[in-house]
Each structure stands twice: as C-alpha cells, then as structure tokens.
Design a protein around this ligand. Structure first.
Ligand code: C5P
Length: 305
C-alpha cells in the first residue's frame, strides 16, 4: 500500500493478495467460518485517487469499468469503497465528503482480495484527508465491519489471519516470490464457496510460517495448503482444468488463492516465470499475469498511521 500526496489529492497503490495457506476450521453460529490463513500482498495493484470535498457526498468514478473484468464492478452505494467511507464517516461524525477514482487491474471474484484492498486503501486515505486522529486499531475495527479480509490490508504485507480473517498478526516474509497468476474466464463468489465447504481435520501452518520467516522457499513449496480448493473445483470446472495445466507448466508449485478462481504459480526467478507464462498462454487458460510478493520496507510508505 503506497500512498503519495500531491497537493490536496492522494494516489494510493492498492495491492492484491495471495493465500499461501488457508485452513477452514469450522462453521460459526453467525454463518461465517473460522479460519487460519497466511496471506501475502503482491504487486498486482489497482490505483485509487482521492480528494476530500465539502458536503457529505461520497462519489466514486470507475475507470475502464468492465474492461478486462468478468462483469462490471458495483457502482455507487453498492461499491465496497463507498460503504467503507460511509461507515468511517458515520462512526466518527465526520461531515466532509470524498471523491474517489478507481482504476481497476485486479480481477474480481478471483480470491485476490481486490475489493478488500480498495476498502482498506480508502480508510487509510480518509484518515489523512479528513485529518482525523484515528489509530490503526480504530481503522481496523471499521475495516472488520466492511469485510473479513479488509484488516489484513491495513497491516500487510505478510500476516497470519485468524477468526473469520479479521484477527491479523503480521509476519516477516524473507522470500521474494516470483509468481505467474492465472485468472480463468469464470469467477466464484466467496459466499458460495464457503457455503459449500466442509471443514476437515485442522492442518498446521507452523512449518509454512517458519519457511516464510527463514526464507526457505523449498520448505514453503511443501507446505502450500488451501482447503477451499477442492470445494471450488466442485463448483467451477475451470479450477480442475487449471490444476491440470499448472501441473504441466514447469513451475515449482502452485495453488488457488483464497476462494478462487485465480491460481498462482511459484517460479524460480523472473526468467523462469516468463517460460511458465508462455507455456500456459499457449493453452489459453484465461488471463496470465506476472507478480511478486511485496517487500515489507515499502509497505505503508507515506501512511498517516
Ligand atoms: O467478509 P466478507 O464480506 O468478505 O465475506 C463474504 C462472504 O464469505 C460472507 O458473507 C460469508 O458467507 C463468507 N465467509 C465465511 N467465512 C469467512 C469469510 C467469509 O463464511 N471467514
């Protein structure tokens, strides 16, 4: 999350995420599921421009809406950006408005957290533009109300998240992972995947966390885990197809991200990622992108908190 200020405007790079580990522990009485998940932010990013305005109006302009997306993004009050700003303003009696422009690159219904990242970005941006003294904990409280993955993006770039995802414990990531991302033509709704999942025996994330914190890529590859992948495969044929294509792609390891349907393939270096991407593209799996995990040193540079 990089925030730049130019006069009365902020420009924020709002990153996607991948789940290196995701274990569903059980269904809760409130309908959500308890999770243990290890998340890393990556350099596939949307851009948000923000400006505080007089009056209480919150307006959202969507650049290139629908282009490269499976379906148009929700507009106005239905968009998570407007919901997050509205909630923040109401919870603290702010009487200013905001104008936001979103340039979208992160596919939606992909398990890459694009909408959650956008929501966290505007909360951080509003804290600066509305000049309110919110602590990161106060913003995290609002973020958790907006969505389970939103608090992660306030803390990133690597963390273990528990509860329904909103209890975030930052991690040191000593690995720069070179990734190929594959976004198939069909997406899946998070709610639908969770509604069909069957929690199994808990799997430990300890070895994966150790691999991340000690920079051991070989060990990390052995510990990738996503218990929603099987559920997603039962709901969307593209998931099984991508599992097959990625098995023959020459990458070091791969997994579906979050509730899908995007997959990430881990490669040895950038040149290797190019080879893997070229092989995949020839099989027309959908959109293929490159990305790397984000470095902690650059995270939240220029942040108000
Ligand atoms: O929190 P968020 O709005 O992103 O969640 C979308 C939907 O995914 C929820 O309404 C819920 O059905 C499901 N979900 C869940 N358990 C979680 C996170 C999400 O069941 N930990």
């Amino acid at each position: 999350m990089i925030i730049r200020s130019d006069g009365d405007r902020l420009t924020i790079q709002s990153p996607a995420k991948i789940n290196l580990f995701l274990d569903v522990l059980g269904r809760r009485e409130d309908g959500f599921h308890d999770l243990e998940t290890v998340i890393c932010a990556i350099d596939l990013e949307d851009t948000l421009e923000m400006r505080a305005v007089a009056g209480k109006e919150i307006t959202l302009h969507l650049h290139g809406n629908g282009i490269g997306q499976r379906e148009p993004l929700p507009e106005g009050e239905d968009n998570i950006i407007v919901k997050a700003l509205r909630l923040l303003a109401q919870s603290s009696g702010v009487d200013q408005g905001m104008e936001v422009t979103l340039t979208k690159r992160i596919p939606s219904a992909a398990g890459l957290g694009g909408a959650s990242s956008n929501a966290a970005a505007v909360l951080l941006g509003a804290a600066r533009l509305w000049q309110h003294d919110w602590s990161l904990e106060q913003l995290a409280g609002v973020a958790a109300e907006v969505g389970s993955d939103v608090p992660f993006f306030l803390h990133g770039p690597a963390a273990i998240c528990r509860g329904r995802g909103e209890i975030v414990q930052p991690l040191q990531n000593r690995l720069r992972l070179h990734l190929v991302l594959v976004h198939p033509p069909a997406g899946l709704s998070t709610a639908r995947v969770f509604a069909h999942c069957q929690p199994g025996r808990p799997v430990s994330s300890a070895a994966l966390i150790e691999a991340l914190e000690t920079g051991n890529r070989r060990a990390l590859l052995d510990e990738l885990h996503n218990s929603l992948q099987r559920t997603a495969a039962g709901l969307e044929p593209w998931v099984g197809r991508l599992e097959e294509l990625l098995s023959g792609s020459g990458c070091l390891g791969f997994q579906m991200s979050g509730s899908g349907t995007s997959f990430f393939a881990i490669c040895a270096h950038r040149q290797h990622a190019r080879q893997v991407a070229a092989r995949l593209r020839s099989q027309q799996p959908g959109q293929v992108d490159y990305a790397s995990t984000l470095d902690g040193k650059k995270w939240l540079s220029g942040s108000p908190c």
